[in-house]
Write a protein that binds this ligand. Sequence first.
Ligand code: IPD
Ligand code: CA
Ligand code: CA
Ligand code: CA
Length: 258
Amino acid sequence: MHPMLNIAVRAARAAGKILVKNFDQGSPVEAESKGLNDWVTDMDKAAEQAIINTIKKSYPDHGIIAEESGTQAGKENDFQWVIDPLDGTTNYMRGIPHFCISIALLHKGSVQQAVVYDPMREELFTATRGAGAQLNGRRLRISPKVELKGAILATGFPFKMKNRLPEYLEMFSKLFEHCADVRRAGAAALDLAYVAAARHDAFWEMGLKPWDMLAGELLVREAGGIVSDFQGGHNYIQSGNIAAGAPKALKQMLAQIR
Ligand code: IPD
Ligand code: CA
Ligand code: CA
Ligand code: CA
């Protein structure tokens, strides 16, 4: 394993330990509001701190961009770590055991190493640019699906931007009409990891942030899939509108929503 990926895995496992230990399936966890339907719990913050501490121990000069603490020192460094300490906060708060940690390492703006870790199921998705994607060490391959017909898609709803609901519903109805079924599990990084693992044939969501997408993007690409914005272009990190999947199925999907 690449030494930088190794540190990312160590950091994700440290965060996972905290999240699992404090996970409560019985009663909802307390949370602070960051905006409309947007929450942060003490565990998002504790997990993030554990990740940052682990990275800083090995790479004190690297840049860090983390969801809850923002951009830290090291902005000029060629290496930037982009961290979502708890993807699926709403699930976590409600005792739904579907959430993950997402860590991407960028070099000069391109993702080199990626980890998406589901600590409840102990599923570790990893990728190194040019060296493939793995789940617990087993090589991942994108779904062989070539058309939308019969496809299982995943999505996220625009719950923080209800003004975009009409646009979203139009996409949803076009895609739902042509595919087999759609999942909305509530953790975008895991949705992307599941595309890499061929559990989903494709995924789309609008309004995501870089830390939701960057690790999953490399997983999908290294498994042989395609990642794009809704026009088939490269503008997904800036726009937050992302589509990912098996190449031919994704092409049919984009033809419906563009
Ligand atoms: C959210 C989850 C969710 C997606 C949201 C994200 P968070 O991330 O990935 O599935 O629909 O758009 O913000 O806030 O739980 O890390
Ligand atoms: Ca959040
Ligand atoms: Ca997230
Ligand atoms: Ca988060």
